[in-house]
Design a protein around this ligand. Structure first.
Ligand code: NAD
Ligand code: UDP
Length: 336
């Protein structure tokens, strides 16, 4: 299939494009590069030996998007483009609603005008709010989000579902990611956050490479085996392959389909730190800080539905995630 990938120069998008090309699909990217670098696309081309057209188009720019689709008629869209920092969404909510919601609405209208009615959307476990229990299954109700970023995912899911209800010829796959970490094993592409990382793994790798002095662990008094927060970390290459499988669902006219993409295994902050140290033979100094506002103690997925319906299952474990995150960071200490 020919796939329009919005946000394809970003962390998950770039890894997904590698897997799409490996699976025989062709790809066009639109990305305004607000949180990424065009070198990521050059690296994808290096890994795959395939040229990938990149248009520096904003998803809120109808004319620019239309030109891209006029030139490259697509069969489906994988929609990664969006702002994703929880903290920034608290301080700049309108920018988040504009980018993630107005952007998605605009994208939908341009896709419809080009008769592209297949879309895979990057959602997040954050839509569950504070989950009542883990493992979280897809039939757990969507919850009360704790920040505007989460609400944009919640609302975009609703908009896409309503779109299908009004016009069943749309196929929509909502993928709720748990905690993507890791990098392509080549070490050529990986996560490249701007400024101080909000997420745990990029913070750890920046401590390891000497960019930050020590890790701050947010709370060691949770009701978990070692007191630190438990999450479902998933290798970004596994996550990327989930999108390739989701395209198969679209080919089968899936209507609206919703899947958790996680490993189903919980891992604590301290376990991740210890594994990173053991696998990579580096020391990660840390200090314990108070809990971070809005954090839950435990959140991990039940990924069984994706396995049953898509034939997708995460293959990599925490060791490989730690190895590949470090391989990327140490080979690219300044990012792209
Ligand atoms: P990323 O920031 O690396 O990638 C997003 C890309 O979208 C960037 O390249 C950015 O430049 C681009 N972009 C942003 N706004 C745009 C706009 N208006 N027009 C065109 N391009 C625009 O983030 P990522 O980690 O690769 O995340 C991809 C998607 O997955 C996002 O929607 C994110 O919310 C979602 N997600 C990420 C995580 C995670 O932990 N990384 C977890 C759950 C969901
Ligand atoms: N965390 C931490 N220090 C950091 C960043 C995160 O201790 O610098 C913890 C956080 O409290 C949570 C886990 O690591 O328990 C994962 O946090 P992250 O921000 O990566 O993902 P999310 O909160 O979205 O699950």
């Amino acid at each position: 299939m020919k796939i329009l990938v919005t946000g394809g120069a970003g962390y998950i998008g770039s890894h997904t494009i590698v897997e799409l090309i490996k699976a025989g699909h062709s790809v066009i990217i639109t990305d305004n590069l607000c949180n990424s670098h065009k070198n990521a696309v050059a690296r994808v081309e290096q890994i795959t030996g395939t040229s990938v057209p990149l248009y520096a188009a904003d998803i809120r720019d109808s004319a620019a998007l239309s030109r891209v689709l006029d030139e490259h008629p697509a069969d489906a869209c994988i929609h990664f483009a969006g702002l994703k920092s929880v903290g920034e969404s608290n301080s700049h909510p309108c920018e988040y609603y504009d980018n993630n919601i107005s952007g998605t609405l605009n994208l939908i209208s341009v896709l419809r005008a080009h008769n592209v009615k297949n879309i895979i959307f990057s959602s997040s476990a954050t839509v569950y709010g504070i989950p009542e229990k883990s493992p979280v299954t897809e039939d757990c109700p969507k919850g009360i989000c704790t920040n505007p970023y989460g609400w944009t995912k919640w609302m975009a899911e609703q908009i896409l579902t309503d779109l299908h209800n009004a016009d069943p010829s749309w196929n929509i796959v909502l993928l709720r990611y748990f905690n993507p970490i890791g990098a392509h094993p080549s070490g050529l592409i990986g996560e490249n956050p701007n400024g101080i990382p909000n997420n745990l793994m990029p913070y750890i790798t920046q401590v390891a490479v000497g960019k930050r002095e020590c890790l701050h662990i947010f709370g060691n008094d949770y009701d978990t085996p070692d007191g630190t927060g438990v999450r479902d970390y998933i290798h970004v290459v596994d996550l990327a392959r989930g999108h390739v499988k989701a395209l198969e669902a679209i080919k089968r006219n899936c209507g609206v389909a919703l899947y958790n993409l996680g490993t189903g295994k919980g891992c604590s902050v301290l376990e991740l730190v210890k594994t990173f140290e053991a696998v990579n033979h580096v020391h990660i100094p840390y200090v314990i800080e108070p809990r971070r506002a809005g954090d839950v103690a435990v959140c991990y997925s039940d990924p069984g539905k994706a396995e049953r319906e898509l034939g997708w299952k995460a293959e990599y474990g925490i060791e490989e995630m730690c190895r590949d995150s470090w391989n990327w960071q140490k080979n690219n200490p300044q990012g792209y």
